[in-house]
Design a protein around this ligand. Sequence first.
Ligand SMILES: [Fe+2]
Ligand SMILES: [Fe+2]
Length: 244
Amino acid sequence: MTKLQAAANRYGQDVSAGIDAEPDGVIALAPGLAAIWELAAPLLRVRDNDAHTLYALGLASALLDAHPEADAAVVLPAIMLHDIGWSQVPPSEVLQAIAPGGGRADLVLLHEKEGARLAAGILAERGYDDAKIPAILGIIDGHDSRREALSIEDAIVKDADKTWRLSPHGINTVMDWFGLDRGQALRLCSQRVHGHLFTEEAKAMARALSALESVTLWPQRQRLLQTPGDDGGESAGDDSVAGV
Ligand SMILES: [Fe+2]
Ligand SMILES: [Fe+2]
């Protein structure tokens, strides 16, 4: 569970006056995208795709900062809408489509095609810039099955989508998709992400995320969670890993 409020103030003073309102790196969802989200979210309920989409969009925003040549007006709606086509696949079959050791290529292609179709409707309903729509739909149609990137925009969408798997939310989600412990999920996601990314920035992000998750699983780190010390007195079990 991500902590949203402090459990204590050990310093005892209010430091909030020294905190900027909008420091570099902290991002917000632009109003135009928030309006698209309202139409997309109901189509993303399956398989935690709604939260996946928001985190992937955050990673895409970070990658856009590193690639000013990429068109954010293509990348951001494409990542927001890339998985809405799963809404057209029976929920019981969604995980079959992507299961390790199996996979249903037909369902992967179906969610891409249906995603592009539904995205065209949503973008038209929101009056999105017509000039951008073909590139957005082209990215959605093929975002999983196409091995190569058509453009820097396509590369960023693919990289953000995959890199999410190694985020804390991604690991948590994949654990419950397949009944894996955290170590198994980390190894599965690492093997499916590293070596499959296009941009240097995503490669570095993904390695950092794998490294942090690896440390979480180290017995040295887990022991610190069992015995609250002076480093902040984390409550035992706060983010401890059962069975490690
Ligand atoms: Fe997808
Ligand atoms: Fe995705």
